[in-house]
Design a protein around this ligand. Structure first.
Ligand code: IPM
Ligand code: MN
Length: 350
């Protein structure tokens, strides 16, 4: 917030912030996550600036599904834009590549759709309803097996409408950014149904737009990111693989503390956040690298149409890195708050 305030002082950008008390402390206090009134009120905002989530005191999945994934689905933020670029010299690779991969992670479907459960001898059936802005899908699953057998399942689902809008966004994004191809990552050699369908639709859109399309299997992609990250520009990736590849990407670029992300609904409210979680192991020690959160602010400024202010912030962040004004994970000697002071000071010097 201090960085955003400094930008507002220096430019035509102005904002009014409303704070929402959402997260583990509240959950531990009263067992609630996000109320209907809060969803409604958040939906009316111009943008949501989201801090990191996760707390070892809360069972995995509760905050993730009840807060973060709920917002992405509820606000139909179907694109998760995750730039992966080289913050040289803060990169782990021996060979230096100057890369800038624009990851577009589909953000509402795939194995994140929430179609999971158990089939146990007493209850060999499961009913679920999946609600998205575009559709409501009622699913019934019925099984038959030996009485001693039990199963857990998590179904990956892609809808035709979901793929189409993802493909449209990807090709438009590539065109807007001067990229001549989209790389689609999947595992179409194994999960043939969902990713085969996705390939067909992307191919049609590529033919329509004249923008190239490359297919990559996710395992090969993980490898290629290490040896030739500079050969990728717009990369479209389904939700689960996108989660994994963008953590890999964040490390390649300079560490998890550097990766930011925008959950984008081009026609609604978008939400900006660091890729990393809440780093409970270093909580309260002042060691957390605030860079990813600042880069998330840059993405938010860009999305709100304040590209100039976004660029200004990025310039200052690059300068702070060049000056070695960093937290210890990047070899610096400053704590989180001092890094923020430094960035704010640099902004005021512009
Ligand atoms: C991310 C996170 C989330 C995800 C978790 C916290 C649900 O890892 O934003 O990448 O898996 O999408
Ligand atoms: Mn993740």
């Amino acid at each position: 917030m201090r960085v955003l305030e400094a930008i507002a002082e220096m430019s035509s950008f102005s904002f009014e912030a409303t704070n929402y008390d959402i997260g583990s402390e509240r959950y531990l206090r009263d067992g609630t996550l996000v109320s209907e009134e809060e969803f409604d009120s958040l939906e009316k905002m111009d943008a949501i600036y989201f801090g990191a989530i996760g707390d070892p005191r809360v069972k995995p999945g509760i905050l993730e599904k009840g807060v973060l994934l709920a917002m992405r689905a509820r606000f139909d933020q179907y694109i998760n834009l995750r730039p992966v670029k080289s913050w040289h010299p803060y990169v782990p690779l021996k060979q230096h590549f100057d890369f800038n991969i624009h990851f577009l992670r589909e953000n509402t479907e795939d194995f994140y759709i929430g179609a999971g459960g158990k089939l146990v001898p007493e209850e060999m059936k499961h009913k679920m309803t999946i609600k998205r802005g575009m559709y409501t899908l009622d699913l019934k699953l019925k099984g038959k097996a030996d009485p001693e057998d039990e199963f857990g399942f998590e179904i990956g689902i892609l809808s035709k409408k979901g793929i189409e809008r993802f493909a449209d966004y990807s090709f438009k994004y590539a065109a807007d950014n001067g990229h001549d191809k989209v790389t689609l990552v999947d595992k179409a050699n194994v999960c043939t149904s969902i990713y085969g369908m996705q390939r067909e639709i992307f191919q049609e859109k590529s033919d329509d737009t004249g923008i190239g399309l490359d297919f990559m299997y996710v395992d090969a992609m993980a490898m290629a990111m290490l040896v030739r990250p500079h050969t990728f520009d717009t990369v479209a990736v389904p939700n689960l693989f996108g989660d994994i590849l963008t953590d890999l990407g964040a490390q390649l670029g300079g560490g998890l503390g550097m990766g930011a992300s925008g959950n984008i609904n081009p026609a609604g409210v978008s939400m900006f956040e660091p890729i990393h979680g809440s780093a409970p192991d270093i909580a309260g020690q002042g060691k957390a690298n605030p860079f990813a959160t600042f880069m998330a602010a840059k993405m938010m400024l860009d999305q709100l149409g304040h590209k100039e202010e976004g660029d200004m912030l990025e310039k200052v962040l690059v300068k702070s890195l060049d000056d070695g004004a960093t937290t210890p994970d990047l070899g610096g000697a400053l704590n989180t708050s001092r890094v923020t002071d430094y960035v704010v000071e640099q902004l005021r010097c512009l």
